[in-house]
Design a protein. Structure first.
Length: 255
């Protein structure tokens, strides 16, 4: 019975993920932890999101910004390998708090536009995504997922909703396949992990299919607002999840 609830939860999560430009990792984490345990969260989630990224890339193939992808490619591989290698060695509480604060700050980074069409590209250039991709992929390998951390950069770059989803997903395939190989080499993947990863992956593909159907019904402006809102909510979730660490840190500082 718990498998049915797991599958339903993942499907709903990935429908929301399509509409919010990604960030399913933060929503899937507690679902997997509740049903399977925290030890398998990172590798199971990685397999599942790799599957969903394949389906998103298929649906939005013609919208992918390949020029941008070329800048993300090398840094994504390097960062994800380094992060995966340090998965079991580095305390991640502080990192999650910092990421959470950054995501919450997104609310002041954007002002509601007066028109619904895609804005012109800002000062963010394609090559800027190389160092950003290195940091984000490293953090993803280290803590399992960072949610919609780069979505603000994609929006400032001036991408449409389809281009954001397609380019982000193509890069996510590279990121998560590299992480899977790294986790396997480090002995963090077994038959049970693969089984649940594929279950999550299959359910995620169903969610992506229905999410794509709904995506065509919302405007660029509404998509932008949903993306920003999801980033803020993801940040709040990460801060709440690490409340004990934050309170402990504040207590130590006040002494």
């Amino acid at each position: 019975m718990y498998l049915i609830f797991l599958i339903i939860g993942v499907i709903i999560t990935f429908i929301l993920s399509v509409l919010s430009g990604g960030g399913a990792s933060l929503l899937v984490m507690p679902i997997i932890a509740a049903f399977i345990g925290v030890q398998g969260v990172a590798p199971i989630m990685t397999i599942g999101i790799a599957c969903s990224s394949v389906s998103k890339t298929f649906f939005f193939w013609k919208d992918i910004d390949w020029h941008l992808f070329k800048w993300l490619f090398p840094s994504t591989v390097i960062g994800s390998v380094l992060g995966a290698r340090l998965l079991a060695e580095v305390p991640t509480d502080l990192l999650q708090v910092i990421i959470g604060l950054f995501l919450v700050s997104t609310v002041v980074q954007f002002k509601a536009p007066g028109k619904t069409e895609v804005e012109q590209k800002s000062s963010i250039k394609a090559w800027h995504f190389a160092p950003m991709g290195l940091v984000v992929s490293f953090l993803s390998g280290l803590i399992g997922g960072v949610g919609p951390l780069m979505n603000s950069a994609y929006l400032k770059y001036g991408m449409s909703k389809e281009a954001l989803l397609g380019t982000r997903s193509a890069n996510a395939i590279l990121l998560h396949v590299t992480k899977i190989i790294s986790y396997a080499a480090l002995g963090l993947i077994n038959g049970e992990i693969v089984k649940y990863g594929l279950i999550v992956g299959a359910a995620s593909m169903v969610g992506v299919y229905f999410g794509r159907k709904l995506l065509g019904r919302i405007s660029e402006y509404m998509f932008r607002m949903i993306v920003v809102s999801s980033m803020v909510l993801s940040g709040i979730y990460m801060l709440i999840k690490n409340k004990a660490y934050i309170l402990s840190y504040l207590a130590d500082v006040s002494v």
